[in-house]
Design a protein around this ligand. Structure first.
Ligand SMILES: [Zn+2]
Length: 313
């Protein structure tokens, strides 16, 4: 599976750059986030999960958080929280794994949950089997996929200021369907790890794909270069509404609920210092303003709700 995001990716970057509080991303952060966006789109398309797939890196360095959220229809959004100076040549570990506490989490949050059901979350450290710091997002995720799906996976990822792209090669399950949550893992699949010669050949070819090729070549050329000796069957590419695209799920109503959760006192204290409560969405940059009248309405509505009375929206 190949993904190549151009408009979607530049839209995410454009919105970030126009945020006058944060400014745009430094190149190493941008490329890391772009690789995560490509990977998350591939993972969601691969498992076809009916819910959101959230790929997060919790960093212990200048990048505190990088997050990508992909919906089942491949609508996606992404952001990174940068708290310190990022060197122009910063490696992955210099951004998110300085004191060995960085980690990566993949969360699958089903759209329809039974009461009390928690989203499934898998967490992997940013170290390989030999306890070396991992310097590639693709390697972190290959580890994760092998652990959770028991399926050999090869990922090649690359991003720059124009493109976020990725190539995913995965051995098909011996039986059952692949399942990130691990509930369908079969012993047979586990036994085949590393042993399938066809998979190994394809994965080695895929691994020879260079970053520059992935960024600059169209899919047709990439497939021809890598797999010219193989018989290739191409699926119809996803385009338009079925393709990955930027979309933010923030809303005034959600921000209102967040303000209510801060509590009336906190809201009043903010309003005593400024004319309104201003909240800007870190994903899309939209600013929401709540003045004293708006805030009073929020809290009145929330009191009515908790009293069991008619809620106003
Ligand atoms: Zn938003």
């Amino acid at each position: 599976m190949v993904v190549r995001l151009t408009d979607t990716w530049t839209e995410i970057l454009r919105r970030r750059a126009s945020n006058n509080i944060t400014g745009g991303y430094d190149a190493p952060v941008r490329d890391m986030l772009g690789e995560m966006v490509a990977a998350a789109a591939l993972m969601q398309a691969n498992i076809k999960f009916d819910g959101s797939l959230v790929l997060q890196i919790f960093g212990d360095g200048p990048v505190k958080l990088a997050v990508v959220e992909v919906q089942p229809d491949l609508a996606l959004r992404a952001t990174a929280t940068v708290v310190g100076q990022v060197d122009v040549a910063a490696t992955l570990s210099q951004m998110v794994n300085v004191t060995n506490a960085g980690r990566c989490a993949i969360t699958l949050d089903p759209n329809s949950k039974f009461p009390g059901q928690q989203p499934y979350q898998g967490v992997v450290p940013l170290f390989d089997d030999r306890n070396h710091k991992i310097e590639k997002i693709s390697e972190v995720l290959e580890h994760y996929m092998l652990q959770s799906e028991q399926l050999d996976t090869a990922l090649v990822l690359a991003a720059n200021e124009y493109v976020a792209a990725g190539l995913l090669i995965q051995r098909l399950p011996v039986q059952g369907t692949s399942n990130l949550s691990g509930s369908m893992v079969s012993k047979e699949n586990e036994d085949r790890i590393g042993l399938d010669e066809h998979y190994n050949r394809i994965a080695i070819l895929a691994g020879s794909l260079k970053r520059e090729e992935l960024l600059n070549l169209d899919v047709e050329t990439i497939l021809r270069r890598l797999f010219w000796e193989e018989q290739i069957t191409r699926f119809e590419p996803l385009q338009g509404d079925t393709a990955p695209r930027f979309a933010c799920s923030c809303s005034r109503e959600r921000v209102g609920r967040m303000i209510v959760s801060l509590g009336r006192e906190e809201a009043q204290s903010i309003l005593s210092e400024r004319p309104d409560i201003e909240v800007s969405c870190e994903y899309c940059g939209v600013q929401y303003h709540f003045d004293a009248v708006d805030a009073a309405q929020l809290f009145t509505a929330s009191v009515q709700q908790s009293d069991g009375g008619a809620a106003t929206h």
